[in-house]
Design a protein around this ligand. Structure first.
Ligand SMILES: Cc1cc2nc3c(=O)[nH]c(=O)nc-3n(C[C@H](O)[C@H](O)[C@H](O)COP(=O)(O)OP(=O)(O)OC[C@H]3O[C@@H](n4cnc5c(N)ncnc54)[C@H](O)[C@@H]3O)c2cc1C
Length: 472
């Protein structure tokens, strides 16, 4: 039976995407325009992929490599890398789920290790892809640090090291001196460091993947909103441009996935804010100890602060707080308070940078599941429709890895997906719809903020920070 389904993200662009609110990554890299769907576009393809981010592009490439005869179209409503793939913080992280310690606690040694290995392999695969395909995306495989300062953070460093040890994941425990030498922050007390990780320019990565996909014979269409998906043995996608029929369909719209309705149970769109400073002058860089290996880091807060250098030596600060807006609203516009929190986070870490100007700020939407794991699987009634979404802010490597899982599900091939809890079953617990969603999100985020506030009382300079609690 056909199930008509609308899959539209209703607001096609943010109200504040210009000037200072333009995404730094998107304005500082070349964007190659691609054709729109129009009367001359194909009327039928073998595989239709909705969404031109890492998931859509990696699925297209994995399918094409496995079955070169397939005609595959990727259809993107704005441009390749418009969504999270072109506005994330660019941390190449092996994290899957909340962290290694929670994997061990929830899934035990065996399944926990399978998941930890997937995260690590996803990073290694992506590095191999970037290098093998010569994708210029400012990749720096410098690892990833998680520093902290409170007693709870120090216990967490111990738990992370123990889990990494148990899973055979390459890591280090940094004491306060090593953390200061690496990151230039003189009051952090320890850090957990993962060798499989790094930083990159996320939008350049998306553009590079799309260019490779096109070279391999995949058709990529931009400015082509799919606002109706009719599921069945033949999937029909409709938009202002007409209709395309496909034998198989991949839903790769992540936090923008509005329908088919069932997907609303899988994730909630959570808003994350980012700022990028002016380039550090040599004396500013020296004042923070040089940041010698340029290791990017996430703090050990539940709602973490993410900090890193860009290739042109600006500081990016992201997250610090997150928001949910009732009714899954996307793009709510300017959030001066959230941006101020991030500017302050830079000064909090490095008081010597008090006069550093912020030149860019933007919002992004993360697909968050209550299980902390992504959601990948076949549609429950239509096995020719596969989705992959909800990477909980850890999707740079994972969404690229998801392409292989999507391929195996669609082509019914055996593979690692058979062992992965987030592929085998629907997300447990599900994210309830409204009217429960708003209070559940408020309660969940409230608990995380409360735990972080307790930790922050141990920071020597905590009084300098803006209040973390706000409305929204
Ligand atoms: C601010 C921010 C910071 C992050 N930082 C990190 C990080 O440092 N490290 C990390 O590992 N992960 C990070 N993430 C998560 C990571 O970016 C995502 O998990 C990953 O990019 C998801 O890729 P995707 O292709 O599934 O989704 P997206 O990149 O969001 O792609 C979905 C695409 O679908 C398109 N689309 C939606 N609806 C339709 C429609 N109806 N018709 C056609 N097209 C449609 C959208 O325009 C969008 O381009 C971050 C995310 C955000 C938002």
């Amino acid at each position: 039976m056909n199930s008509p389904a609308r899959n539209a993200a209703k607001s096609p662009r943010s109200p504040g995407e210009e000037g200072i609110h333009a995404v730094y990554w998107q304005t500082s890299a070349r964007r190659r325009p691609r054709p729109r769907l129009d009367a001359a576009a194909p009327k039928r393809v073998d595989v239709l992929i909705v969404g031109g981010g890492y998931t859509g592009l990696s699925a297209a490439r994995a399918l094409k490599a496995a079955a070169p005869g397939l005609r595959i179209a990727v259809v993107e409503r704005r441009f390749v890398g418009y969504g999270a793939s072109g506005r994330n913080s660019g941390f190449l992280t092996p994290l899957i789920g909340h962290d290694l310690a929670s994997l061990r606690r929830r899934f035990g040694e065996r399944v926990g290790k399978v998941l930890a290995d997937v995260g690590r392999d996803a990073v290694r695969e992506l590095i191999a892809t970037i290098e093998g395909d010569a994708i210029d995306c400012d990749l720096e495989p410098s690892g990833l640090a998680n520093p902290g300062f409170s007693p709870a953070h120090l216990r967490q460093v111990d738990r992370l090291c123990a889990a990494a040890e148990a899973f055979g994941i390459d890591h280090e425990r940094w004491d306060a001196t090593r953390t200061r030498e690496e990151l230039g922050v003189d009051w952090l007390r320890a850090a957990f460091y993962l060798r499989d990780g790094g930083i990159l320019q996320p939008f350049k990565l998306a553009q590079g993947l799309a260019a490779r996909a096109e070279a391999e014979g995949i058709e990529v269409f931009e400015e082509s909103l799919v606002d109706d998906l009719e599921l069945g043995p033949t999937v029909r996608a409709r938009g202002p441009w007409g209709t395309i029929a496909a034998d198989m369909c991949v839903i790769a719209t992540n936090a923008y996935t509005r329908r088919p309705r069932g997907y609303r149970w899988h994730y909630a769109p959570i808003h994350v804010y980012s700022v990028v400073s002016a380039p550090l002058r040599p004396e500013q860089r020296a004042a923070i100890g040089g940041w010698p290996r340029r290791v990017g880091f996430y703090t050990l807060h539940h709602i973490l602060y993410a900090l890193r250098l860009t290739a042109d030596n600006r500081i990016l600060a992201a997250t610090g707080d997150v928001r949910y807006f009732a009714g899954d609203r996307l793009h709510v516009g300017d959030r001066p308070r959230d941006y101020a929190l991030l500017k302050n986070a830079i000064t909090w870490m490095w008081p010597a940078l008090a006069d550093l100007e912020i030149e860019h700020r933007w919002e992004g939407v993360v697909g968050v599941t209550l299980s902390d794991l992504p959601s990948v699987g076949r549609h429950r009634r239509h096995a020719n429709v596969v989705h992959a979404l909800g990477y909980c802010g850890h999707g740079v490597a994972l969404a690229n890895h998801a392409g292989g899982l999507v391929r195996d599900l669609l082509l019914r091939r055996p593979g690692i997906h058979e062992e992965l809890p987030f592929v085998r079953a629907s997300p447990i617990p599900p994210v309830p719809p409204e009217p429960l969603r708003t209070p559940v999100a408020a309660a969940y985020l409230g608990v995380l903020r409360g735990l972080d506030a307790l930790s922050d009382r141990h920071a020597p300079r905590w009084r300098r920070r803006p209040p973390r609690f706000g409305r929204g």
